[in-house]
Write a protein that binds this ligand. Structure first.
Ligand code: BGC
Length: 747
């Protein structure tokens, strides 16, 4: 067994610096300015520690051979990739998967993605992305587990377990990389990369818990976020990286920068090359992705040290060398954990077979069905097996957009379109009409097509397109309208000022609503959209997100009732595109909002009450069954002290005539505390399968941990406070429609 410490002792300073350099293979997506030199030179001179973005086993193997030849001590590379919601087989977007609330399903999708990635020689994936976010404008909500820290923490655990199994070096497994550390989901005004200024209580109670959970589940690596948190850019944030992550959480894995994140510290205003490199290394960034700032600056820093009082850091040459040793040892230890120091070709010898893609596709289809949230159903769904369907809308015959953002290794040709998925059902007759373009503004279409064609503007007269759609609708028994966002509407650097259904599609919807033909609206999107008049106009409304390789087939399964809808929103849908940030868990104020406009109350003057009522809360989603909740029953009216606990039990009955899956959700509020607290917060949930007529009794045990909360300035999640007194528990099918049980927690 090669010992990383013994290996470090044999290395020259230059070799150590080389290990901290992380480069892109140049075969994938570039999201920032690249480094000044070529990959080949780095490989031949041993000045590289890892590569991400290889696109085949053969190319990774060739790079490994070259790296081993170029490195005096034959230190192997490791290979990484953005495997965000699947690798070759693409699963629904993370925000969609989180909406399944099905942790077993999420773990299975991660395990399948890991197996596909491992079979191509990848050792680490840049997932899970666990940035909680409450701003529909932010494009990366698509990649996130949604707005809630408890749900996000559960997703972090499920994803880490699926990717790593018991051992990230095990067959078909890879190392997870929790990202982006931290509060990347709280950028000012929802603009990607913008900074976050927030209360420490928010950081500790909202943004850090998913990381704490992922670390506890054993995640082997972490990626820093681009943004500054409370004035300190995360790539220089020693308090949070060395302090909280390593000091408080005891994390001993690898911390990588984000793409050119170290070099970007200059633009953040932290100074020139040597200063920013010293700060990043000192803060605990072990590897420098793409920017090559470490490579450029560390030799001189190690010789002369840094004397930069203007940026608050003076480090002797010896201290810099010690920091280089620290980072290099972490890189080598990570490689040892991946089994690479003992076998540099581990994962690259073709010994790991790719998983069965037919099974993967079936899993992707089930995941898509279980992620699609049924928001409204006046009885038109499920559709009968026979009838005339008018399938209308710019997404009815689409492949590429179905994959969603960050599907960097996918092949859109593998996607079955919604048209194909519906037309393959014997008994239905389908006519189609495009009806509208996704967008009709050329410069916006150009931006959406920046990584390849995703939307095209049909040159026909928009009125003529709508007229054709109306004719098709009039001749049909039911209309299925496929509208929403293109894949590049969401994702990195895709913040939207107005997160709504784009204007040409809204005009189409209004025209179809007037035909009187029953209207089933299917929304494909990468974020929570304000649905506006779509809610009232639709007879049924299915929020399908971007569902991946088998997304449209999963949607068809739900529409025709082969799968019962069971998803629940992982993010609130806003009443209006200008409403973000928003959350069911918003804090109480002195003048609370009562759900409709009242002067001198928290709320919007120019939001129509009808629109306000059309918003959908976190946790919301319908099934095809009809589920009745009994009154919640507490095991005792009081609980006492730190060790106290109480059980709330609720009976749920399926009154419908179809089997259903109900997600029973438990929320807590603490009406008297030392600081303002969320109006309510999710603390537990349980999914129960109910046959027609079946009743299940669902117990939840509540402990003192769940009523505790962090109080600044303690940076320690383990040191929380709680307030004796009244605690309210709310149980129900979503965050709004709940029943309350009150107890007293005694000191
Ligand atoms: C993104 C990361 C991603 C990295 C490598 C960055 O732009 O923020 O999430 O892992 O690129 O592709």
């Amino acid at each position: 067994m090669v010992d990383p410490k013994a290996l470090l002792a044999r290395m020259t300073l230059s070799e150590k610096i080389g290990q901290l350099n992380l480069l892109a293979a140049g075969e994938g997506l570039a999201t920032g300015a690249g480094g000044p030199t070529t990959l080949g030179t780095r490989l031949d001179t041993g000045m590289i520690g890892a590569i991400f973005g290889t696109k085949s086993l053969a190319s990774a193997r060739a790079m490994q051979e070259r790296a081993l030849d170029g490195s005096r001590l034959a230190i192997p590379l490791f290979f990484a990739e953005d495997v965000i919601h699947g690798h070759r087989t693409v699963f629904p977007l993370p925000v969609a998967l989180a909406s399944s609330w099905n942790m077993g399903l999420i773990e299975d999708t991660a395990a399948f993605a890991a197996a596909e990635a491992a079979a191509e020689g990848l050792h680490q994936v840049y997932a899970p992305m666990i940035d909680v976010t409450r701003d529909p404008r932010w494009g990366r909500v698509a990649e996130s587990p949604g707005e809630d820290p408890y749900l996000a923490a559960r997703v972090a655990v499920a994803m880490t377990a699926g990717l790593q199994g018991d051992d990230p070096a095990g067959p078909g497994r890879v190392a997870a990389c929790l990202k982006h550390f931290v509060a990347y989901g709280a950028p000012l005004s929802g603009r990607d990369y913008d900074n976050a200024s927030l209360a420490w209580e928010d950081l500790l109670g909202l943004y850090l818990p998913p990381f704490e959970a992922g670390l506890a589940a054993g995640a082997a690596s972490v990626m820093a976020a681009f943004n500054a948190v409370n004035k300190v850019p995360m790539h220089a944030n020693g308090d949070l990286i060395e302090g909280w992550l390593r000091g408080k959480q005891g994390f001993d894995g690898l911390v990588v920068s984000d793409y050119t994140g170290v070099a970007e510290l200059t633009a953040h205003g932290l100074g020139s090359g040597p200063a920013i490199v010293a700060r990043a290394l000192h803060a605990g960034i072990d590897m420098d992705m793409v920017g090559e700032s470490y490579l450029a600056e560390l030799p001189e820093l190690a010789a002369s040290g840094l004397d930069a009082p203007d940026c608050g850091l003076c480090l002797s040459a010896e201290s810099i060398v010690t920091l280089i040793d620290r980072a290099c040892l972490r890189v080598l230890t990570f490689k040892a954990r991946l089994g690479l120091l003992d076998n540099p070709y581990r994962g690259l010898d073709g010994a790991v077979p790719a998983p069965d893609r037919i099974k993967g596709r079936a899993l992707a289809r089930r995941a898509a069905a279980q992620s699609a949230v049924l928001l409204k159903n006046d009885g038109v769904l499920p559709l009968p097996a026979e009838g005339r369907i008018a399938l209308i809308g710019p997404f009815s015959d689409d492949r590429t957009n179905m994959l969603g953002t960050w599907a960097v290794s996918a092949d859109a040709r593998e996607v079955t379109t919604l048209h194909e998925a519906i037309a393959s059902r014997t008994g239905v007759q389908v006519t189609t009409a495009r009806g509208a373009n996704v967008v009709d503004v050329p410069w916006l279409a150009d931006r959406l097509n920046v990584h390849g064609p995703t939307v095209e503007i049909d040159p026909r007269d928009p009125a003529q397109m709508i007229a054709e759609a109306v004719t098709a609708a009039r001749a049909a028994d039911v209309v299925i309208l496929a509208i929403g966002e293109a894949k590049e509407h969401a994702g990195e650097s895709s913040s939207r000022l107005m997160p709504d259904i784009p204007a040409p599609q809204r005009r189409l919807l209004a025209a179809l609503a007037e035909t009187g033909t029953p209207l089933v609206v299917v929304v494909f999107a990468g974020r929570p959209l304000a649905l506006g008049s779509a809610t009232a106009a639709a007879d049924a409304l299915l929020y399908a997100w971007h569902g991946g390789t088998a997304g449209p087939e999963g949607v068809a399964d739900v529409l025709f009732g082969d799968e019962a809808p069971s998803a629940r929103l992982s993010v609130s849908l806003p009443a209006h595109p200008g409403e973000g940030p928003l959350s069911y868990a918003a804090e109480t104020t002195g003048r609370p909002n009562r759900g409709r406009f009242e002067k001198f109350r928290t709320g919007w003057l120019d939001l129509d009450d009808a629109d306000a009522a059309a918003a959908f809360p976190f946790g919301f989603g319908l099934g095809y069954g009809s589920v009745r909740y009994g009154a919640p029953v507490l095991s005792a009216p009081t609980a006492t002290g730190q060790e106290g606990e109480v059980t709330l039990t609720v009976a749920v009955t399926n009154d419908g005539d179809r089997a259903t899956v109900e997600t029973v959700q438990l929320y807590l509020s603490d009406p008297v505390a030392r600081i303002t607290r969320p109006a309510r917060m999710l603390i537990d949930f349980r999914q129960v399968a109910l046959a027609p007529g079946e009743t299940a009794s669902v117990p939840f045990t509540v402990t003192c941990d769940q009523i505790s909360y962090p109080l600044a300035p303690s940076m320690d999640l383990a040191q929380q406070v709680w307030d004796p007194g009244v605690i309210q528990l709310h149980v129900g099918p979503n965050s709004r429609d709940t029943q309350m049980a009150e107890l007293t927690w005694l000191a």
